[in-house]
Each structure stands twice: as structure tokens, then as C-alpha cells.
Design a protein around this ligand. Sequence first.
Ligand SMILES: *[C@@H]1O[C@H](CO)[C@@H](O)[C@H](O)[C@H]1NC(C)=O
Ligand SMILES: *[C@@H]1O[C@H](CO)[C@@H](O)[C@H](O)[C@H]1NC(C)=O
Length: 475
Amino acid sequence: MQLYNQAAVAFCVLQAVIVTPAIGSILKQHPLHPHATDKSPHIGLQQWVAAQDEYSQQHILANIAPFATDPQAMPGAICASPSRKHPDYYYSWTRDSALVMSEVINWLPSANLTFKRELEEKIEDYIGFTRHVQQLKELKYGLGEAKFHMDGKPFRGSWCNAQTDGPALRARTLMKYARILQNSGRQEQAGDLFYKVILNDLLYVQSVWMDPHNCDIWEESRGMHFYTLSAQQRALEEGAQIAEELDENWGFAETAQQISLRLTGFWDHRGGYIVTTRNHTGGIMSKASNLDSQVLLAILHHGSASQLSSQETLVTVSKLIKSFDRLYQVNQVQQTQINGHWVQLGVAMGRYPEDVYNGDGVSRGNPWSLITSSVAEYHYRLALELLTAAKSNQLAEFAGMMRWQHTWGLAEYLLAVGDRFMARVWLHTDNDHKMYEQWDRHTGFGRGAVHLTWSYTAHLAASRARNLLLKALSQ
Ligand SMILES: *[C@@H]1O[C@H](CO)[C@@H](O)[C@H](O)[C@H]1NC(C)=O
Ligand SMILES: *[C@@H]1O[C@H](CO)[C@@H](O)[C@H](O)[C@H]1NC(C)=O
């Protein structure tokens, strides 16, 4: 972590932004309403983001079958973190691996020939690893088994299983790759991938989505989860599309529709936000608020464009930000200098307010790097969505009551807010760019698993959204 000036605490001034009443009032309640002055993108932040991008790519690749330190690792196995004790994260989780590979696939279009070959090899290895674990006979929880040893052997210890989001995420990642194969004239390879690998995951998801005992993505709670159902819904929807093109029908579209209906039941009228778990059947009992950042992750990973900018999502994100703002001591600092650059800081974000996992044991929860990056990503993508909607007149509630330049003003505002969350990640990330799972809630230094692959992935996703937004704003 960088040194920061404890005395430099600034308070944000709420100011009026001319938008429609609904969104306007939500944004005015936004805990991070920025000053009008911080409109131009921050040069120091810009440089840090670019340097962090490069480091993050390298360390994602380093966590895929790290033969240098583990000759037994199976090609295509991706460790959640190289940390083998305090905590031991040296396993290939189906969920984390799918999210990481989905990110790696995003690098293909801009990769040079050498790099492209390297990436394609990693993706093929990942497909090989997937086929291997899909064929393991001795899996107690089937394809929903949460994690595997890095040498491809099943994990025999007790664990919060099954985690049925994993196969859905993996199917989505591989369908994205199948599309690339298809578009580059490799139809046969794409078909093989679909019938021999992806279809197993989709049929599994279709058969288990109603399981009321499945475990959430934080591996603590059993019931019906917003994140898990969102992943399953989207995977089956995409699967249905491919099935139709292949002139096949497994009923994926109908199941996706049923899941969509269930998802509408997560809006809590009393609390005024989207809750994370319904019909809780076991696991932790302490999450009284039922307010959890995994709802935001679900919308970023699996939601539609309209869901991204819906009022339900906006208020849920706003409530999440407020709940962590008060919770962690590091959030008392809202403005500081990093390596000579003056920055305003967003809120360091955690998983859920009642969290007690400290990265290696149980005491009190801390803010997480990947979640804070994801909140930055959310603001950038929301801005992009508003710009596109204004252009195509789709979101009349945004465009209708404002003149054109006010729409642009709103996007710039959201860029500034997103940048505050980026700056928060910058502040708590080591000067050498090393990322952790968490930051200590009091000191701000890295805690828990070092080189967490998902932390790098979440940073890159936020950075990509930011670049797209900067490009859109400069046109
Ligand atoms: C290709 O891209 C990789 C990764 O970005 C880079 O390290 C390498 O220098 C590039 N090679 C050439 C010939 O440009
Ligand atoms: C929870 O259980 C009720 C009663 O069985 C059911 O109607 C509802 O759809 C369930 N909710 C979810 C999200 O599965």
C-alpha cells in the first residue's frame, strides 16, 4: 500500500445534476457525488491503470499451470492463488477459472500473432482440463464440485458443495470461445467443443438449478442465490441460441425463462434492494441484511444492459456503497496523495456487511480488491449504457427530460465516480502492482491470498470498460 495522508479528509459536496427525477434523486443520494471540477481523466491514475494492466496479464498467465513451482500441475489448471498456506488457495476452482479464462479470451482480438498462439494454447489446455474433470467418475457432487487439485485429482475434503454456478460460468466462457472458432472458419472445432464439452455443463445446469441446498459463491450459504441463478439463466439462454442454430432442442430456452421468473423474486420491497439469497436452507445464519456485493457481480457478469441501468440495480449498488463506507476505517480517508498524485477516493468495498472472514480465518471482514474494481467497472459500464441509449433513444427516461449535453455530463460524472474506485484500488495495491484478495480494514495493507487471480481479472475488466468509455466520450 502507498502511504497516505490521514489528515487529508475531504467531504463531498452534494450537487445537483440535471437528470430525470428518479435517477437524479438516486445519484444525489450517492455517497460519492463528486465535485464538478474533477472532470478530466487523471493522468497519474491513467498511468497506474496501464501499468497495472500489464502486470495483471502477466500474473494471470503465471497462475495457469505454474510448472516452474509445480511440475505436477495439469495443463489448463488455474490456481485461485499461488498461496498454499495461510490461506491455502492452491486449487482450480471451476468458477474462478471460468472467469479468468473468459478474461483471457477477451485478449485475443488485440493480440499479436505470437501472443495469440500462446493464448490459444492456454485456452486449449483449459478445454482439456475441463474434459478431464467432466469425466472423473468419483465426483460426489458431479459437475458442481467446487474445486479440484491442480494435478486434476478430485478434492476429497469436506467443502460447501455443490456450487452450481461453476458449470454455468464455464459453459458461458466456452461458448464465447466457440463463437470465435465459428467466426474464424473453424466450424468443426466449434461443433466438437459444443457437443463434447459445453453441452455436458448445460444439461447439468438444467437438471440442478432448482436444488435448494446449493452453495453460494462465497461458499458459506445454502439456498437459492441471485448470482447462481443469474449465471444459470444466461448460460441456458446462450445455449438455447446455439441449439437453435444447430437445429436441436433441449428445452434450454424454457428453463431460462423459468429461472428469469424466479429472479424477479429477489427484489425486497421492505429493504429496497435486490437480496442475495432466498429460501435459505443452511450454512451461515448471520447475514441478516441479505445485502451482498455478489448481486452486483451477477449483474456485471450475467445481466442485460437494461438490468445494468435499472432503478433496482442503482439503489442496490448505492446501498452497498453506503454500508461499507461506514464499516471500514480506511474509508475515513477520502482524498490523498499517491506517489505525488492528488486523488479522490471511492469507498473500499467488501462482500457483505456482516462478513467475518479475514482472509485466513475468522475475526472481522475486510474490503476486497476485486469488489472495489467491480464497482469502478459498474460506473463505467453504466455511463457507456447511458451514452448508447441516448444515441438510440432506447432509454427515454434518461434522454427525454434532458438536453443532449446533459447526457454527456452524466457520463462524465460517472467516469469521475468510477475513477474514485479505481484510485481506491491504486492506493491499497502494492507499489510493485502485487494484488491480494483483501485489504486490512484498519491499515489498508494487503491481506489474505496473494496474487489472487480474480483480483487481476476484475481490475482488467474495469480497465477495459474505462477505456471504452474514454473512447466514447472523445468521439
Ligand atoms: C506481442 O505481444 C506480447 C504481449 O503483449 C509482447 O510481449 C510482445 O513483445 C509482442 N511481440 C511483438 C513482436 O510485437
Ligand atoms: C422459494 O420458495 C417458494 C415456495 O416454495 C417458491 O414459490 C419460490 O419461487 C422460491 N424462491 C426462489 C428464488 O427459488
